[in-house]
Structure formats: structure tokens, C-alpha cells
Design a protein. Structure first.
Length: 130
């Protein structure tokens, strides 16, 4: 089996984008569904991501694949978005959504249960008894 030697990303571009955007390796790993060490391997050029992961990473960072490989410069709009830390906000929302989904999964079995019957209280009448 021949190894895919095509360069999917520039480790320098990935590191610089992550630093500029204020992201941690953990943030990218969570968004990409990979281990933190995998992101580290991409940044140190020890390993290259698969083509699908490279596409996903480019989309997450708001770059084209050519920009992520270092073949095209970043646009002024992309630099402006980087200053706003948009991907960091996206990561926080994704983490929050996962937490809500996990909480809902825990509550689902409880929804099917019948509530215990409450005792009915007799109303006291204020009138006189005959």
C-alpha cells in the first residue's frame, strides 16, 4: 500500500492561524473529532491529515485548501475575522451543544415514567353545616 505523500496542509499556516485566532490544540481537536496529539502532529509536520480532515480543517478555520497549504495569501476579511476570534466562539457553542445533548440523553428515560399520584385535598367549606 502506497502512502499518500501529497501535502494537505502547511504546518506553519496551521500553527499561525491557531495562534492568531486564540485557539488551543484542544479546541481544534474537539471541532475536528481527533486527539489533541493529532493536531500537534499536524503542526510539527510529523503527519499530514487525510484529505477529508484537511477540507474540514480549512472550513473550520475559514480558509480555502490552497490557503491552508500556503499556496494563496489570506484575504483582508479573513484577517479581520481572525481578530474577532469567530472560530473560538464556534468551538464554545459546539461544546455547549454537546453538553445540552448529553443532559437531554440523561433525561429521556425519566420522561417516559408516570408521575406518582398526588393526594387530593378536600376543600374546607366556610359555610355552616346543617
Amino acid at each position: 500500500m502506497q502512502k499518500n505523500t501529497k501535502r494537505q496542509i502547511s504546518s506553519e499556516i496551521l500553527f499561525e492561524c491557531r495562534r492568531v485566532l486564540g485557539l488551543k490544540r484542544e479546541d481544534i481537536a474537539a471541532a475536528m473529532g481527533v486527539a489533541i496529539g493529532t493536531v500537534g502532529n499536524w503542526e510539527t509536520d510529523t503527519h499530514q491529515p487525510t484529505e477529508n480532515k484537511a477540507k474540514q480543517l480549512a472550513k473550520f478555520l475559514g480558509l480555502s485548501q490552497k490557503q491552508l497549504r500556503g499556496e494563496e495569501p489570506l484575504s483582508s476579511e479573513q484577517r479581520a475575522l481572525g481578530k474577532m476570534n469567530v472560530p473560538r466562539l464556534v468551538v464554545k457553542l459546539e461544546v455547549a451543544n454537546r453538553a445540552v445533548a448529553a443532559a437531554l440523553d440523561e433525561l429521556r428515560p425519566l420522561v417516559g415514567r408516570k408521575a406518582s399520584p398526588k393526594k387530593k385535598r378536600k376543600k374546607k367549606s366556610k359555610g355552616k353545616r346543617a
